[in-house]
Design a protein around this ligand. Structure first.
Ligand SMILES: *Cc1c(COP(=O)(O)O)cnc(C)c1O
Length: 393
């Protein structure tokens, strides 16, 4: 008999009933150190007092009004994003998938309005993840995501991650509207696009007029130690997808864009019932305010260096379990020798939460404000899990 919840997830036998900072408590009283943060969502940890405060204040004021009316919290959030990023304008969604949908629509509408309606193709890369909607799976294109769900949304061309020649040839085609890429692939196994490649891609986009869409749903919002990952390369996109961390655990996503890239999106061309609602935007504005702070980001970088150093030691002491550390900031991956799922399970047994990814990688995506004590505790627990799996060398 089918379970009453559609069985699309294989769930770990853990039931969390309370969260505080980087710690989660189960229904049977176990406390686990959370290095997954709901897959890079709880960017400020669980139950951050300032977020609980703005959420409850907004809940007591008004929950929902519709985008037919002004929403002050949405305006505050949009102004903050315009102040701290390349963006002239933002549209708010409830998820990263919805941000992908709008990014695709926006890019195609841009060229339509320019009288070049044949420019509809969007270039994407192997190993990418852009959500589970029809556009999202067509964009990523992996067999695992698309098989059985055809006919797929047309107009995506998939390139091999790292194949510069294929990219150079593909982007010169006259039907290309945009390129969509994650500066650091998350689901694909924490694969950073080197800064030089992101710069080179920006140049190719400029030469051909192609719109650059960055998917910073997982790598954005302070995760790599800058507010957005592309800042490390000194470039800016035309359109950017954001979600996960921006809501700190409340469902919120956004598409940020330059005035030029957004020029096709006029009254009536897009909408969302819940997107940009008062609750999500009140939380989102507080999250952006706290994470965009230079001192906060400096702390993220300091902690990232501390954690990374410890992980290099961990990999060196357990060569039969791990191959390498990779990633950027607090978006780190342990490339495994053992099946990565085995390590995640060993972590659970040692009361530490990690997240598996493709390419046999275990992801560490902790709260950006975890403490130095949390880092020390994390390294101890990861070491214990590795020792159990591989024996101490
Ligand atoms: C999670 C994710 C998405 C999809 O976001 P949802 O909120 O799950 O719809 C899209 N792109 C990337 C890079 C992601 O990590």
């Amino acid at each position: 008999m089918i379970p009453s919840i559609l069985p699309t997830y294989s769930r770990a036998p853990l039931t969390f009933v309370k969260g505080e900072g980087s710690w989660l408590t189960t229904d049977d009283g176990r406390r686990l150190l959370d290095l997954g943060a709901g897959i890079a969502v709880n960017a400020l940890g669980h139950a951050h007092p300032a977020l609980v405060d703005v959420l409850t204040q907004q809940a007591n004021a008004v929950w929902h009004v519709s985008n037919l009316y002004n929403i002050p919290a949405q305006q505050t959030l949009a102004d903050l994003l315009a102040e701290h990023t390349f963006a002239d304008t933002s549209f708010f969604t409830n998820s990263g998938t919805e941000a992908c949908e709008l990014a695709v629509k926006m890019a195609r509408k841009y060229w339509y309005e320019k009288g070049q309606e044949d420019r509809t193709t969007i270039l994407t890369f192997s190993g990418s993840f852009h959500g589970r909607s029809s556009a999202g799976i067509a964009a990523a294109g992996s067999e695992k995501m698309v098989k059985g769900f055809g006919p797929l949304l047309p107009g995506f061309k998939h390139l091999e991650f790292g194949d510069h020649d294929a990219l150079r040839a593909a982007i010169a085609e006259p039907d290309v509207a945009a390129v969509m890429v994650e500066p650091v692939q998350g689901e694909g196994g924490i694969r950073p696009l080197p800064d030089a490649c992101l710069k080179g891609l920006r140049d190719l986009c400029d030469e051909t007029g192609t719109l650059m869409i960055l998917d910073e749903v997982q790598c954005g919002m302070g995760r790599t130690g800058k507010l957005f990952a592309h800042e490390w390369a000194g470039i800016t996109p035309d359109i950017m997808m954001v979600a996960k961390g921006i809501g700190g655990g409340f469902p919120l996503g956004a598409v940020l864009a330059t005035e030029e890239a957004a020029s096709g999106m006029t009254v009536g061309t897009h909408g969302s019932t819940y997107g940009g609602n008062p609750l999500a935007c009140a939380v989102g504005a507080k999250v952006v305010e706290l994470i965009a702070d230079a001192d906060f980001l400096a702390e993220v970088n300091r902690k990232a260096a501390l954690l990374r150093q410890g992980l290099e030691g961990l990999v060196a002491s357990h060569p039969s379990v791990f191959e390498a550390v990779r990633g950027s900031g607090l978006m780190l991956g342990l490339k495994c020798v053992v099946p990565c799922g085995d390590f995640v399970a060993a972590g659970f047994a040692n009361d530490v939460i990690t997240v598996p990814a493709a390419d046999n990688v275990v992801r560490l995506l902790p709260a950006l404000n975890l403490s130095d004590d949390d880092i020390a505790e994390a390294l101890t627990r990861l070491d214990n899990a590795a020792a159990e799996l591989g024996g101490v060398q």
